[in-house]
Design a protein around this ligand. Structure first.
Ligand code: SAM
Length: 249
């Protein structure tokens, strides 16, 4: 099952905690001039043109070598405007969706970020190019181990990876400034709410067939919720899926 392409253009959105200076983490082994030029076009035509404006996000999208996270047989499609298969029935999200979710998470340089759904490791690498520490959980061990090898090869020393069900989050590393979920449950797994700092943001696709990208911001006495438009992600498996199935007639 593949993540469908998102073509809508979101309203211009400005991260309230935006910081203009970017520290770079990790090298980009295997990056060559043709890929750098293709990536520049990807950022200009697919991402900036749809309204992503946060400088730290645009810089990370220009810097991270997306093709390095894609299996060799699909690498020719690395910079295309759609999701690409990565094996095990999963996909790397469309570049615009990665940029949009990163912008909505409003990540600053000293931040600790949790990602649920490592997949190829590409979104993780984009987060790690901005945040101080990134914790990422993948339920399919083959994908997790492949991503772990890429992080080591490319020199991402601020990424911490765990194989398991992201439903429970990562309590030992909490609280987080931001949480990004890249697979869709029907409702937010409750532990993810509790592992967010006050002022922290949870970016998550919710729903089965008709999914909405949601942003929850934790407040001292609850949460604010924003809708950021229709999306289509692979379903969240594990406990989220079991709970959903047990509710169905
Ligand atoms: N962020 C990824 C990337 O850049 O390649 C794309 C992720 S793919 C759309 C969604 C991923 O979430 C898949 O690799 C899938 O195995 C994983 N996943 C689904 N349910 C999960 C769960 N309960 N816990 C952790 N990972 C999960």
């Amino acid at each position: 099952m593949y993540t469908a392409v998102v073509r809508h253009v979101v309203q211009p959105w400005f991260c309230p905690c935006f910081l203009p200076v970017v520290e770079e983490h990790g090298g980009q082994a295997g990056d060559a001039a043709p890929e750098i030029a293709i990536r520049e076009a990807m950022v200009r035509e697919q991402i900036e043109a749809r309204g992503v404006r946060t400088a730290t996000v645009l810089r990370a999208m220009r810097m991270v070598a997306r093709h390095e996270f894609i299996p060799v047989e699909n690498r020719a499609e690395a910079y295309d405007d759609h999701p690409v298969p990565i094996g095990q029935g999963q996909t790397i999200s469309q570049p615009y969706v990665v940029a949009l979710m990163t912008e909505l998470a409003c990540i600053g340089h000293g931040n600790r970020v949790l990602e649920v759904g490592t997949g190829s490791g590409y979104q993780t690498a984009v987060l790690a190019a901005i945040a101080a520490e990134v914790y990422t959980i993948e339920i399919i061990s083959e994908l997790a181990h492949r991503a772990e090898d890429e992080f080591a090869r490319l020199g991402y020393s601020n990424v911490h990876l765990r194989v398991g069900d992201g439903y429970r989050g990562w309590q030992m590393a909490a609280p987080f400034d931001a949480i990004i979920v890249t697979a869709a449950p029907k409702i937010v797994p409750p532990p993810l709410f509790t592992q967010l700092k006050v002022g922290g943001r949870l970016v998550i696709p919710l729903g089965a067939i008709n999914q909405e990208l949601k942003v929850f911001t934790r407040t001292p006495d609850g949460y604010n919720e924003e809708d950021r438009g229709p999306v289509r992600f692979v379903p969240m498996t594990g406990r989220a899926q079991r709970e959903q199935e047990s509710e169905e007639p």
